[in-house]
Design a protein around this ligand. Structure first.
Ligand SMILES: CC(=O)SCCNC(=O)CCNC(=O)[C@H](O)C(C)(C)COP(=O)(O)OP(=O)(O)OC[C@H]1O[C@@H](n2cnc3c(N)ncnc32)[C@H](O)[C@@H]1OP(=O)(O)O
Length: 410
């Protein structure tokens, strides 16, 4: 089998092969997505061909920036368009492409790769672990009242206090630049968020809010008139108002946008897509049972390609030290590292000290952004804690300033 990057000459073959692998004709409109592949960069796509030259497999990467805990921005490879023709499955084509891709990414200096998994059982074997989670929150309109914040009266009013900004409703086609700017402000402070390349906005190649599917967008502006949040929504069957994404630079802006969509007339219920775990919106409803959480699922999967580099790149919030014994079965590697955190920064060096935790690199990917507690994976039997108390220490150490969350689809 030959695996190599596409060129202008065979990019059409790549696109045809992706469609055949997913079983969709190119002209089939992708659910809300449009021409999603038009945002790909040709030299970051690869084709696998059989010995007789037949294209059978595809994979690609986007160049993204990922926000790590501590508002640290790092480059990551976003793996996408992975497919193998139905006639050539379970013969090792994907495994060969993954090996090729991981080797190439490392050679190019990448230390993290990320993806969204079409099916959960596929990517763990290649060292990826689910690292962020997302859910839907459905609120019946007749139970949509928000409560008065209890800390409202205190001098340091929390972000959920009264809103001195304004909301304007625009059509998605007329506010692309506003959305791009607001999203960029938001994602820089949100652990787990990915940058959205300008070409993604310009080509309208993504899912809502920017896809050709029409959407209303409630744009929030602060008292100074500067846009600082938006909610992209549509009203569909049974008068359900679905908010594709609510992007806000802080909690007060999120609350103002939530108040706006929850107050929409002629609507039976409001469905907020992409609500992060632990989001305060449920607590802001006067009736905490009014918000029904559904569609709880993994979203961004993370793969560490260079353990010390990845661990020293993120911000940390608790001092401490741990010896991590990390196994990488897919790449046939093993390393033992002393992780020392002091004053929000980590040092990570090889050691021969006895380990505190033994773990697979996929599990390190899951805990890396702070969205999965190491103790959960200890209790699940995936991470081995060698001493009592180490799981709790690891929980403290790996925690992020808030739940990591990603809502970019790629
Ligand atoms: C980031 C993204 O782009 S996600 C999109 C992924 N693509 C799709 O879902 C499109 C439809 N599916 C496909 O094209 C293919 O089935 C792929 C790409 C998922 C798998 O390709 P294959 O060439 O069949 O994988 P390969 O033969 O290398 O399998 C490696 C191992 O993974 C397992 N595996 C592969 N796909 C799956 C799956 N969908 N579910 C469970 N196990 C799987 C295989 O059984 C094999 O296990 P083994 O090593 O124990 O024998």
């Amino acid at each position: 089998m030959e695996i190599r990057s596409t060129t202008d000459q065979d990019f059409d073959v790549f696109v045809d092969t992706v469609h055949a692998a997913f079983g969709r004709f190119p002209e089939t409109p992708v659910e809300g997505g449009g021409l999603w592949w038009s945002a790909l960069e040709i030299d970051r796509c690869m084709l696998a061909r059989t010995a007789d030259g037949r294209p059978v497999g595809t994979a690609a990467t986007h160049a993204f920036e990922l926000t790590l805990p501590g508002e640290t921005l790092v480059p990551v490879a976003g793996v996408t368009a992975v497919g193998v023709l139905p006639t050539h499955r379970r013969q090792g084509v994907l495994s060969a492409m993954m090996r090729h891709q991981l080797t190439e990414l490392r050679a190019g200096g990448d230390f993290l790769s990320v993806l969204l998994a079409s099916e959960a059982p596929i990517y763990g074997r290649f060292g990826y672990g689910p690292a962020t989670y997302t859910a839907r929150l459905t609120v019946p309109r007749h139970q949509a009242a928000l409560t008065v914040p209890r800390a409202h009266a205190v001098a340091q009013a929390p972000a959920t206090g009264p809103d001195d900004g304004s909301v304007e409703v625009l059509r998605s086609a007329e506010c692309g630049e506003i959305l791009e700017e607001v999203y960029d402000r938001y994602r820089r402070a949100q652990p787990g968020a990915l940058s959205r390349p300008h070409r993604w906005w310009a080509l309208r190649a993504g899912q809502p809010p920017i896809s050709p599917a029409p959407r209303y967008v409630a744009v929030h502006r602060g008292a100074d008139g500067v846009p600082d949040g938006y909610a992209s929504y549509s009203i569909g069957d049974s008068n359900t108002l679905t908010v594709d994404e609510t992007i806000a630079v802080d909690d007060a802006v999120f609350t103002a946008l939530a108040r706006f969509v929850l107050g929409h007339d002629l609507v039976s219920q409001v469905v907020f897509r992409h609500v992060p775990p632990g989001h305060p919106l449920r607590w802001q409803l006067a009736d905490i049972r009014a918000g029904e959480v559904g569609g709880d699922m993994d979203w961004l999967w993370v793969r560490l390609l260079d353990v010390p580099r990845a661990l020293t790149a993120r911000g940390w919030f608790t001092d401490g030290e741990l010896v991590l014994d990390v196994d990488d079965p897919f790449l046939g590697e093993h390393g033992r590292y002393l992780l020392t955190v002091r004053d929000s920064k980590a040092d990570c060096v090889p050691t021969d000290r006895e380990p505190d935790l033994s773990l697979d690199v996929r599990d390190l990917g899951s805990v890396y952004l702070g969205g999965t507690a190491p103790s959960t994976l200890v209790r699940a039997g995936h991470i081995r804690a060698h001493r009592p108390g180490t799981a709790a220490l690891a929980d403290d150490l790996f925690r992020a300033e808030r739940s990591p969350h990603c809502l970019h689809w790629f």
